[in-house]
Design a protein around this ligand. Structure first.
Ligand SMILES: C[S@@+](CC[C@H](N)C(=O)[O-])C[C@H]1O[C@@H](n2cnc3c(N)ncnc32)[C@H](O)[C@@H]1O
Length: 468
């Protein structure tokens, strides 16, 4: 058998960062992507994947650290899949994100941009999420020390996050820097209670066990919603646990649970049972209120969510006589956010429960000029809709990572709205779509928003203006 030669580079200089958050080195004209490396690092590298066009490797040793390299703040760093960029200073992270966006537009799509505003960084770089989902498992990920100790009495129950690429291994979380409020205390209390009372943690391979998942949602005003999913319908144990939880944390605003006897963890077909409080908490962004239930979708960083909506609103600059289409509206958050300033907003979204939330939120905010439609944007934007509401003066579009379907882009070119505000969580597909829209639109302004500090994720907003 031919043994493949292990490729190693004794010293590589990292020049740039890729859209996937990897360091880029270019030894002798080759392109090498290096995991966990940042521009300015001098590193020795072991190649783990060698292709014709590029190689990908892992750091063996950091020979000279970049000036932007800092010590990670979290004890779970390196094993947990979250907050992966915490080895780079926050200023450097923002600069990388700006560079990635610029690269997508100027070098790949080659679309000129009239004005690029500086990225809107997050004032809060820790505890910025309003929702976390933890998994109970009897397959705790063990540290090397724990494995080497040969201590057979180590408890394998864990409550935390999935290890990237290992579906059955869970890292037991002691402290998570992503969610503030009572999140850490509630999670640790439930784990200790379960261990003390010998409640079983779920076994994902055998599909047995009492405790399955824990979802904690918080609002900026400090409200807390707790949703526990059980794998067995044991009413006595559920009552004892929820009672103990309320006794320990009387300020919990909403406590719900559901029984999941299916093999998959999806919660959308489960019926939540209310134990305490309302079945929702309220998030306030600007002057608008949004109901957040156990199952509803909402921007997970509310502070930066408001920044995103403020920039979107400023770019759209809607006028009282104007009709706005909000494509891929989710729970109608952007539609509602701008509804006071225009004649009407038409929100389109394919997930039916999200549209139910959108309609409820419209009632909550007494916004009677919002109309919501469930279905594929590609099918819903057609002459029937234009007849009913008129063609839009302004289009706001916020598609998923894959961007817009080519037919949708073609229809936007056909509609010829005066302005399009394109909100995107993937600058590469956004640049691809805007390259096509460039036939009739120019990019007047662009600004990125950092919704997810310490990750490679970028949100980018572009204002497109119809060429007259
Ligand atoms: C990035 S989210 C938009 C979120 C929303 N604008 C907000 O700020 O909360 C994209 C949304 O598009 C929806 N979606 C994906 N493909 C769709 C399609 N073909 N037609 C309609 N909605 C779609 C998803 O369900 C999701 O809610």
């Amino acid at each position: 058998m031919k043994i493949k030669k292990q490729i190693e580079y004794p010293s590589l200089h990292i020049e740039a960062i890729s859209s996937e958050g990897l360091g880029i080195a270019k030894p002798e004209g080759k392109v090498v992507f290096v995991e966990a490396a940042i521009p300015g690092d001098e590193v020795s590298v072991k190649i783990v994947q060698a292709k014709k066009a590029f190689e990908q490797g892992k750091i063996i040793d950091i020979l000279t650290p970049s000036k932007d390299r800092i010590a990670p703040f979290c004890d779970h760093f390196g094993v947990c899949g979250g907050c992966k960029w915490q080895y780079a200073s926050y200023e450097a992270q923002l600069a990388y994100k700006e560079e990635i966006v610029k690269n997508a537009f100027e070098r790949l799509a080659k679309v000129p941009i009239k004005e690029i505003l500086p990225i809107a960084g997050s004032s809060q770089t820790q505890y910025y999420r309003n929702k976390l989902e933890f998994t109970f498992s009897n397959k705790k990920w063990l540290t090397l020390e724990q494995i080497q100790s040969e201590d057979t009495a180590i408890n394998r129950d864990a409550l935390g996050f999935h290890i990237p690429r290992l579906f059955d291994k869970i890292i037991d979380i002691e402290h998570c820097y992503l969610q503030g409020g009572l999140s850490n205390e509630i999670r640790n209390f439930i784990k200790s209670y379960a261990l003390q009372n010998q409640l079983s943690f779920y076994d994902i391979r055998e599909h047995v066990g009492f405790l399955r998942t824990l979802i904690i949602k918080t609002s900026t005003a400090g409200e807390t919603l707790v949703f526990i999913v059980f794998g067995e319908n044991k009413q006595k144990e559920i009552t004892s646990l929820t009672k103990a939880l309320m006794q320990q944390f009387p300020s919990i605003n909403s406590l719900q649970y559901a029984i999941n006897l299916k093999k998959n963890d999806s919660i959308f077909d489960l019926e939540p049972v209310l134990v305490h409080g309302n079945d929702y908490i309220i998030e306030t962004l600007g002057s608008k209120k949004y109901k957040i239930g156990a199952k509803s979708f909402f921007q997970t960083n509310p502070v930066q969510g408001k920044t995103l909506y403020d920039i979107t609103k400023a770019f759209a600059n809607v006028q009282p006589h104007e009709t706005v289409y909000d494509l891929y509206t989710g729970v109608g958050s952007i539609a509602l956010y701008i509804s006071d300033d225009c004649k009407q907003v038409i929100g389109i979204e394919e997930v039916a429960p999200a549209i139910e939330d959108a309609k409820e939120n419209a009632v909550l905010n007494q916004s009677d000029n919002c109309y919501f439609y469930t279905g594929d944007v590609r099918k819903i934007i057609n002459s029937d809709l234009y007849q009913k509401h008129g063609k839009p003066d302004v289009i706001i579009t916020d598609p998923p990572r894959a961007g817009m379907h080519e037919d949708v882009v073609k229809e936007l070119l056909n509609i010829e709205a005066n302005r399009i505000v394109y909100v995107s969580c993937n600058p590469a597909t956004q640049a691809r779509d805007i390259q096509l829209l460039n036939e009739k639109y120019e990019v007047s302004k662009m600004q990125a928003v950092d919704m997810f500090p310490h990750t490679k994720h970028i949100e980018n907003i572009a204002l497109l203006t119809l060429r007259k």
